[in-house]
Design a binder for this molecule. Structure first.
Ligand code: BDP
Length: 718
């Protein structure tokens, strides 16, 4: 046995018995501290940091937001600089132009906008000072976190002169948290919101939640599930939300609530929920007034209506715009907004599910009130491992559209699969809609620059829960982190974000960071390959979506069945969305539609999303489609085996606790990747009638074995 293994066993035992003393003072590395660990820097870096930022000053400490910024710096700097050889030299001065010392510097603060910051060194009262300034306190807070992000990553740049402001206005988390503390599609324990004990008792975690989010610039959170309960709008629950809002406020985070359309009817306070009925409008107006009395900076409502069985204005023959505008009028006097989801499809519409949101929303362009933003998922179906960008992006120029992505990995292996999602999001943000010619990227639709919209936003379905490590796994913390960073700047490169995260979360040592980044960067494609290669989608098992179910064809609604999506038969596979099929391609701008419609230009990634292809047709690789599919499934499994080996080489560079959890999850991922591959090949082989190519390992079991697998207790399905 290697001596490293002995060390680990001893460490595990000591940890188990609670007597492990760490060199840094005994905090357990259970992932709780996220990317805010603030461990001692190497001596040289520590001395350099202490020389420039040894102490923290502000003239505005009575402001609650400045106070938390100062507290964060004072919490971080002593440990970061604890190994410094030299004494504490220079000072940080943090604040806004309300501080006479900052005003006197006449900084070019227009570059910081409403929420941004400047960080630069200046002479303050004859002393070299590191100034962190915003036009508003929240900007200074973001500046403090930016500075700590730099400081944690290694030597500070010789000259610091940073000016940043967010590109997107609403940088939101959407919690799919239920009032009983279960979390829809949550894989990290219970809801962080301990509703039962609120409002009298709050959990210190709320503050750490706020610190983590503020460090990324997240400025809004929807506390409850889009599949909302009417109870959320009762005084009892509003009081609970108000308490959470009080805790989050100093960190620049506003609270929003999901509203169930039929709330006033279900609470027996109106006879109808028709948005054009004055009694309904009056009820919501009074409700908004009531909310604003206790949450003066309440952000507004998020609504899922006429989707997957949720009630909505169409129940009264009204449009989504009628519904959104009625709610928007209720919050308008208070400065609130309405986020209205475009994730709609109907059980009575035989149309390609991928076309329905566009068909319903595009005609409503220009009909929404100015405080409504339509929230559109990244792809037209549903958070699949890979989807082409949603055709609504670029198609509703008069309407602000915010993009919704899923941070929690409902369709990418839950919390136990390592899948870094930034490459997936950036693939969509970089996609060119051609709405106004070349360069009309989704990012430009989302940040408002394409059409000059002020109200802009990104929403991420949170992966946060009550687990000590917050996200169910250490690597899933990176998805929370990356989401926040990309909401601040949608153009940030996924690899840059991965490096930043790995340095702060583990160690700045490039011998660790570079291979870990490479592992993260390849991980999402691995999931695509072992679950849904070549543009396939929605092949997951029923309900919980855990594991493969490509054979499922007996569910009540056609578009719930995997067979609806892959359309495999003995001749071929894939959903024809060209004009010989559903013609969904026509929902894209002509250059995009042409590219997707043409077998020669669509590319392998979206091939079967848009085309029905014969099993024996030749691919770019020279293989037949069937051979290519087999190669992809094998490649996905091989990539996960590679991650297991890679991690074995890296894990000794970090603490045992996190290293071992990650290693054990990679084993789960490997087993499940093999399960996906074997089950999928058994099924598609039976449909296609094609034998496996020479030398390919046959599935471990027959198809009936895989079909019989049941997981009634899989998490996240409520
Ligand atoms: C689907 C989820 C479902 C959500 C729905 C939504 O399976 O739990 O309610 O998205 O976004 O992917 O509303």
């Amino acid at each position: 046995m290697r001596s490293g293994s002995w060390t680990r066993i001893v460490a595990a035992l000591l940890l188990f018995t609670g007597i492990l003393v760490r060199p840094d003072g005994a905090r357990a590395e259970d992932g709780y501290e996220l990317w805010q660990r603030y461990r001692a820097l190497p001596a040289a870096d520590a001395s350099a940091l202490a020389a420039r930022a040894g102490s923290v000053e502000s003239d505005e400490a009575s402001n609650p937001t400045i106070a938390v910024a100062v507290a964060e710096l004072r919490r971080a700097l002593p440990t970061l600089t604890s190994g410094a050889a030299t004494g504490q030299g220079g000072a940080i001065l943090i604040g806004t132009p309300a501080s006479p010392r900052i005003a006197a510097l006449r900084l070019p603060l227009s570059r910081a906008g409403e929420e941004g910051f400047l960080i630069r060194e200046a002479d303050v009262g004859g002393r070299r000072t590191l100034v962190i300034a915003g036009n508003r306190p929240v900007g200074a807070l973001y500046g403090a976190f930016h500075f700590l992000r730099l400081a944690q990553q290694g030597p500070l740049p010789a000259r610091i002169d940073v000016a940043e402001q967010p590109r997107v206005k609403l940088r939101m988390l959407n919690h799919w948290d239920n009032l009983d503390r279960t979390v829809e599609r949550g894989f990290s324990g219970q809801s962080i919101w301990d509703w039962w004990k609120l409002p009298n008792a709050t959990d210190p975690r709320y503050i750490d939640y706020a610190r983590a989010n503020a460090s990324l610039g997240i400025n809004g959170t929807v506390l409850n599930n889009v599949n909302a309960k009417p109870d959320m709008m009762t005084a009892e629950w509003i009081a609970k939300a108000a308490k959470v809002a009080d805790v989050l406020r100093p960190y620049g985070i506003k609270v929003y609530l999901s509203a169930r359309w039929s709330t006033p009817v279900e609470l027996k306070q109106t006879a109808t929920a028709d948005p054009l009925d004055p009694a309904v409008a009056a009820w919501w107006k009074a409700k908004a007034d009531e909310i604003y009395r206790v949450i003066p900076d309440f952000g507004g409502f998020l609504v899922k209506a006429n989707s997957e069985g949720q009630p909505g204005p169409q129940d009264y023959k009204r449009t989504h715009a009628d519904g959104a505008n009625m709610l928007a009028a209720a919050v308008k006097p208070h400065g609130g907004i309405v986020m209205w989801r475009a994730f709609v499809y109907s059980e009575v519409d035989p149309e390609d599910r991928g076309k329905q949101a566009y068909s319903e929303f595009k005609p409503l362009d220009g009909k929404f009130a100015d405080n409504v933003v339509v929230q559109v998922k990244n792809g037209a179906i549903d958070f699949q491992p890979r989807e082409p960008f949603h055709p609504l992006f670029g198609a509703m120029p008069k309407t602000p559209l915010m993009i919704e992505v899923q941070i929690t990995k409902e369709y990418l292996g839950f919390a136990t699969h390592l899948a870094y999602l930034a490459p997936m999001w950036s693939e969509v943000l970089e996609a060119d809609t051609y709405a106004k010619g070349r360069g009309s990227t989704v990012a430009k639709v989302v940040d408002g620059s394409l059409e000059g919209h002020e109200l802009t936003g990104m929403a991420g379905v949170a992966n946060i829960g009550s687990d000590r490590n917050w996200s169910g796994s250490i690597f899933d913390q990176a998805n929370w982190y990356a989401y926040g960073r990309m909401a601040w700047n949608p153009d940030l490169a996924p690899a840059t974000i991965a490096r930043e995260w790995a340095r702060q979360t583990f160690t700045p040592d490039p011998a660790f960071v570079e291979p870990a980044t490479a592992m993260m960067m390849g991980s999402r494609q691995a999931v695509v390959d072992y679950m849904t290669p070549l543009g396939l989608a929605h092949l997951m098992a029923t309900g919980h979506h855990y594991g493969p179910g490509p054979w499922v064809s007996d569910l009540a609604r056609p578009e719930w069945n995997p067979t609806y999506y892959h359309r495999a038969d003995k001749n071929g596979i894939g959903f024809d969305r060209t004009k010989t099929g559903s013609n969904a391609v026509a929902q894209y701008a002509p250059p995009v539609a042409r590219r997707f419609a043409d077998r020669r230009t669509v590319g392998d990634d979206f091939l079967l999303w848009f085309h029905h292809v014969g099993w024996d047709e030749r691919m770019a690789s020279g293989r037949t489609l069937w051979e290519e599919m087999v190669a992809r499934y094998d490649g996905g499994v091989a990539a996960v085996e590679g991650m297991n080996r890679q991690w074995a080489a890296l894990s000794s560079m970090i603490d045992t606790e996190r290293a071992e959890q990650i290693a054990s999850f990679l084993v789960i991922q490997k087993e499940e990747a093999i399960w996906w591959r074997d089950a999928s090949l058994a099924y598609f082989g039976s449909v296609s009638g094609r034998p496996l190519p020479q030398g390919v390992r046959p599935p471990a079991h027959d198809l009936d074995y895989y079909k019989a697998i049941r997981h009634p207790y899989a998490p996240g399905h409520h």
